[in-house]
Design a protein around this ligand. Structure first.
Ligand code: ARG
Length: 468
């Protein structure tokens, strides 16, 4: 604040400074201070461009560079004093630089906070995507280790949460590895979309000054594989565009959603009713009242936080949808949902990995559930197909056998040969072989199926990807 209470960066045309209430209402420094490293990096790139085109002399650049580096240290050490009266991260840093060097007054030449914040956020997104990709890899590795350990442990696969067909723990967990693999790729795409430099767009219409957009883009690493600068092609779009925010929040939502579905499966597996999974003490909690309880809170929280992350995406869509071009102050509200999704997803990934690392599968419970002969009713229908029956008829015939077994209160393979022959006279005497689980898996050795070689090949594939 200037001595007369006016805002020192934009207060020239004002008689009075902002009301305290307005300052508190309009500030963003409480949440955008985390952009400081990117803002300082962006300012250094911009200053080097100003030097290259003669808008700063070497001495001015040197003092700006020195000041920016000192500020980076202060921020990192937690010594920087953030002030609400300077509104946001950009003006806080600029004012702190002014206290170090008069050349700071030239730093904002040819730049607006509009292209500045767009640049900061693009640098943030590149970094955030890379951190989340690491987090995804860690969770994938934990899933893979468990999939490998229990690659051939049979469990029922479910549709409609009803027992459907036998799969293995390995095959089931690999389904989530595939999902996370797609998330990993999605964050690469978001990061590539972030790799475009808005600096030089100014407020909306660039600048009359001889700015060198290519120079600053290269200085900040906004380059393609050939090292060519990537520049936003329209200044109005560059400062109004929030596509990346939505793409990032959407990629976070999808990844959280995958973790939430995994969490739900594992909560079920962990219940006394299923009993397939035991969780370690370190990722469960007890009840304040019921002494016997050991609750899978880690996974329940992941389900809960996913609601929050999806809410952040809706928040952004609704904030942006009615805005005229270009920058409107509403857009200041674009950052909290993005930061929140980033943090929450990062934690959800780490917690999933941690909880999986300490979890154990109860193989005998899995085997006994997977030994339910009804899981192989479809295999019996396939057996009849191999004996020349059309599938629709074989489906119907096996349905009648299921009904007959139910009527007699026995399991499918316990039906007598006579009972079975009444329904299908030509049936061979080997029909009960169908109820052998190893046969069922051995017959499922095509890509995507739960046969043991398929599962181990896919584990190897992902292990190779994660090592590279
Ligand atoms: N704190 C602002 C934001 O995050 C920076 C951009 C301000 N631009 C403006 N024209 N007032 O959106």
């Amino acid at each position: 604040m200037a001595d007369n209470g006016k805002q020192a960066t934009w207060g020239g045309r004002f008689k009075d400074g902002p009301d305290g209430l307005m300052l508190a209402f309009g500030e963003s420094v409480s949440f955008d201070q985390r952009l400081a490293p990117y803002d300082l990096q962006g300012s250094l790139g911009h200053a080097s461009m100003l030097l290259s085109v003669g808008l700063l002399n070497q001495e001015e650049f040197n003092s700006i560079e020195k000041g920016l580096k000192e500020l980076a240290e202060e921020v990192k050490a937690g010594d920087f004093e953030w002030k609400v009266e300077w509104e946001d991260v950009h003006m806080n840093l600029e004012q702190a630089l002014r206290a170090k060097t008069d050349a700071a007054d030239k730093l904002h030449t040819g730049r607006s906070r509009n292209d500045q914040v767009a640049t900061d956020m693009r640098l943030f997104f590149k970094d955030a995507c890379s951190q989340l990709r690491d987090g995804i890899e860690h969770t994938m590795s934990a899933l893979l280790a468990m999939a490998k350990k229990y690659a051939t442990t049979p469990i029922p696969g479910y549709t409609h949460l009803q027992r459907a067909q036998p799969v293995t723990v390995g095959h089931h967990l690999l389904a989530y590895v595939e999902m996370l693999g797609r998330d990993h790729e999605r964050f690469s795409t978001v990061s590539n979309h972030a790799n475009v430099c808005p600096l030089g767009s100014g407020a909306i219409a660039g600048s009359t000054l001889p700015l060198d957009r290519v120079h600053v883009a290269k200085a900040l690493g906004f380059v393609d594989e050939a090292g060519e600068a990537c520049l936003t092609p329209n200044g109005m779009d560059a400062v109004a565009d929030r596509d990346l925010f939505v793409e990032f929040a959407s990629a976070c939502s999808l990844c959280s959603l995958h973790l939430s579905r995994l969490a739900e499966d594992l909560i079920l597996w962990n219940s006394s009713e299923f009993g397939y999974l035991r969780l370690s003490d370190s990722f469960t909690t007890g009840s304040s009242l019921m002494p016997q309880k050991k609750n899978p809170d880690c996974f329940e929280l992941i389900r809960g936080k996913t609601g929050r992350v999806i809410g952040n995406l809706s928040n952004l869509l609704v904030t942006i949808k009615g805005l005229p071009l270009t920058y409107n102050r509403d857009l200041q509200e674009d950052k909290p949902p993005v930061f929140d999704s980033f943090e929450q997803l990062g934690m959800c990934l780490a917690v999933t990995a941690g909880a999986l690392e300490g979890a154990e599968v109860d193989e005998s419970r899995c085997l006994s559930a997977a030994s339910d002969p009804l899981l192989l009713a479809t295999d019996l229908a396939d057996y009849l197909v191999e004996h020349g029956v059309a599938f629709r008829q074989s489906h119907h015939l096996v349905g009648s056998l299921v009904a007959r077994a139910e009527e007699l209160g026995i399991s499918l393979p316990e039906l007598s040969d006579e009972d079975v022959q009444k329904i299908f006279p030509e049936i061979g005497d080997d029909w009960r072989d169908v109820f052998d689980l190893s046969r069922a898996f051995a017959k499922r050795e095509k890509p995507g199926m739960p046969g043991p070689s398929q599962v181990s090949a896919r584990i190897e594939f992902w292990e190779g990807i994660l090592k590279s």
